[in-house]
Each structure stands twice: as structure tokens, then as C-alpha cells.
Design a protein around this ligand. Structure first.
Ligand code: NCD
Length: 332
């Protein structure tokens, strides 16, 4: 497609011309399964479209880019932000969404397989967003899908759209992505968001600090990838020694639902908590991030601190998902 082509977006009577590659690029018709599909150019492209989506929402609330398109949301695990922001993203672009947010009330309970469930939904819809407890489930489902499928979290594997919105928020807050010292603290073993985020940040000059209890260390396969990409990292069990040096502190919840042994969960639950005292020793422009939900890792007294980025993260999630939906579906 020529980059001089344009497509139009109508908002409350105003017609905007967007470059056609702003709604297709290399993403048109593609599955989004892993952050490994992204390079810096692709990320930058999604971020610039997300900027446009943000200004469209702020000025007009909606656009008609995906008029007539239907999104299927198939969630085998709980979700608040990911599910509702995908739905809101679709609605704001003029599309519609159907949700199977509680698979227990669907034919899954009767024993229907994931491929059959996905094939069913895509016969009514244009794109499927899938969250599933098994690592690799999205890739497996995509093997059977004839229409694009987006991974909204596959067990302890990946959560690509969360990492996209995380990096978008870092860039927004800190105005740069290279040369940052990023600490991730909490459940680095089972937390899929930090797996995707580490992979994506490896595309930039990043100094990594992985902070966790011994039994929740970042998996070796991720650490091997970090080394292979030429980055250094340190592992530690608390943030005290580095709190004044880091640019980003990314907290995660201990993923109770992933533990086979509840006694092990009891050993590590509540292991970290950020409070105003800790924040008083952090850099004046450090971004404090969390994918949410939080269950005690960040005290509510920190919420009014301008460095608390987690509410900005969740809003940015909608713009990022609007950008992705437009890119994957936009130019049919
Ligand atoms: C995360 C998830 O589902 O992996 N939540 C989210 O999508 N924002 C993090 C978590 O559940 O701890």
C-alpha cells in the first residue's frame, strides 16, 4: 500500500484524513500472540496511532473507523481492565463487542475444546481476544483461527497488550525509553506482565533489576533472552539499596492462583509494599507502575503522588488497544 493513500475517520461531523498505513501497516489481518512480534519501528508505529486515538477520544469521544466490525472477547480467567478496555476500545471506534467473560456459562462447560470455541466465535465476529490459563493457548488457538486473534494473557506466559501499554506509559512519563534503569519487583516467576515487559524493554538500552523472593525469581528462559540481547541485569531480594537510582519501579501482585502449594503462597504473600516513606527516597521523576489489580503491594496513600503511574497505565491501555484494533482490522 502506498503511504500517500489516506483513509477517513468521521467524528461528530468532522472528517479526518489519516494516512492509510496508520490503519493497516504490517498488522492488518495478523494475530498478536507475543511481544516477540514487535521491533522498535512497530512499537513506535502503535504508539503514534495510540497518540491519535487519545486525541480523538479527548476531542470527540469516538470515531467510526471500525463501523460494522464485531470483536469477540473470550476470557477463561478473570479480568477487569483488559476485558473492559478492549470492549471500550471497540465501542469508541464504532465497532461492537460480544463477550464470553464467564466461560462457565458457555459450551466450554459441556466440554467444548478451545479450537471449536474460537471457530464458533469467529464465524460471527471479525477478531477474537483470548485470555486463557495455559501457556501457549493463544498460539494454539491461532493455529485454528481464520481471523485475527489477540493474546490477552496466556497463563504465566505473556500479556503482550499490557507490555505495550506499559512501555507507552513509560515513554509518556519519562519522555525516553533508552538509558533507563528499570526494577521489577514481586512475583517475577508467575507474573506474565513482567515476562512480556522484559522482552520488550530488551529492544531498548535498559538496565534491569529483578527483585523477588527466591522462589519467585524471573524464569531462566527470560534471563537467557536478556543476556542474549546484550543486556545486564541484577537479581536481589529487596529494593532498599537501589531505590534512589531507578527510573521505573514496576510492582506485581503475587499470583495466588498459580501456586500449587498454598503454604508456599503464604510464605511470600505480602512480601513487598510500597509506601510514602519508600517513595520519599525514590527519584523525583521515578515512575511507579503496576498492571493492577494490587492486593497490598502499593499503599493507597501513594496514589496522590504524581509518580504513581498505574491509573495512567489503565487509561493508556484503551488507547493502545484502539490502536491495535485499528491496525489489525482497520483497512479491510
Ligand atoms: C494482570 C494479568 O492479568 O496478568 N492484570 C492485567 O491484565 N492488568 C496482572 C495480574 O493479574 O496480576
Amino acid at each position: 500500500m502506498s503511504t500517500t493513500e489516506t483513509t477517513t475517520v468521521q467524528t461528530n461531523g468532522t472528517v479526518h484524513a489519516l494516512p492509510a498505513d496508520h490503519v493497516s501497516n504490517g498488522f492488518f489481518g495478523q494475530h498478536i500472540l507475543s511481544v516477540k512480534q514487535f521491533d522498535r519501528d512497530k512499537l513506535d508505529y502503535i504508539y503514534r496511532v495510540a497518540d491519535e486515538m487519545r486525541s480523538l477520544v479527548k476531542r470527540f469521544g469516538k470515531a467510526n473507523l471500525l463501523d460494522g466490525k464485531i470483536l469477540a472477547k473470550l476470557f477463561y480467567e478473570p479480568s477487569t481492565r483488559t476485558s473492559s478496555s478492549f470492549q471500550a476500545a471497540m465501542l469508541r471506534l464504532g465497532g461492537r463487542a460480544i463477550s464470553i467473560d464467564s466461560v462457565h456459562y458457555s459450551s466450554v462447560t459441556k466440554g467444548e475444546s478451545l479450537p471449536d470455541t474460537v471457530r464458533t466465535l469467529e464465524s460471527y465476529c471479525d477478531l477474537t481476544v483470548l485470555r486463557h490459563p495455559q501457556v501457549g493457548a493463544a498460539a494454539e488457538a491461532a493455529r485454528y483461527a481464520r481471523k485475527p486473534l489477540i493474546n490477552a494473557g496466556d497463563g504465566t506466559g505473556e500479556h503482550p497488550t499490557q507490555a505495550l501499554l506499559d512501555i507507552y506509559t513509560i515513554e509518556d512519563d519519562l519522555k525516553r525509553l533508552d538509558g533507563l534503569k528499570v526494577a521489577m519487583m514481586g512475583d517475577l516467576k508467575y507474573g506474565r506482565t513482567v515476562h512480556s515487559l522484559t522482552r520488550l524493554l530488551s529492544l531498548y538500552e535498559t538496565e534491569f533489576c529483578f527483585i523477588s523472593p527466591e522462589i519467585l525469581r524471573m524464569p531462566d528462559y527470560i534471563l537467557d533472552e536478556v543476556r542474549a540481547s546484550g543486556h545486564t541485569f541484577t537479581e536481589m531480594d529487596d529494593v532498599e539499596g537501589i531505590i534512589g537510582d531507578i527510573d521505573v519501579l514496576y510492582m506485581t501482585r503475587v499470583q495466588k492462583e498459580r501456586f500449587e502449594d498454598p503454604a508456599q503462597y503464604d510464605q511470600v504473600k505480602g512480601c513487598y509494599a510500597v509506601d510514602t516513606e519508600l517513595m520519599s527516597r525514590a527519584k523525583a521523576d521515578m515512575a511507579l507502575m503496576h498492571p493492577l489489580p494490587r492486593v497490598g503491594e502499593i499503599s493507597m496513600e501513594v496514589d496522590d503522588d504524581p509518580r504513581a503511574a498505574y491509573f495512567r497505565q489503565m487509561e493508556n491501555g484503551m488507547y493502545i488497544r484502539m490502536a491495535l484494533l485499528a491496525a489489525v482490522l482497520g483497512k479491510a
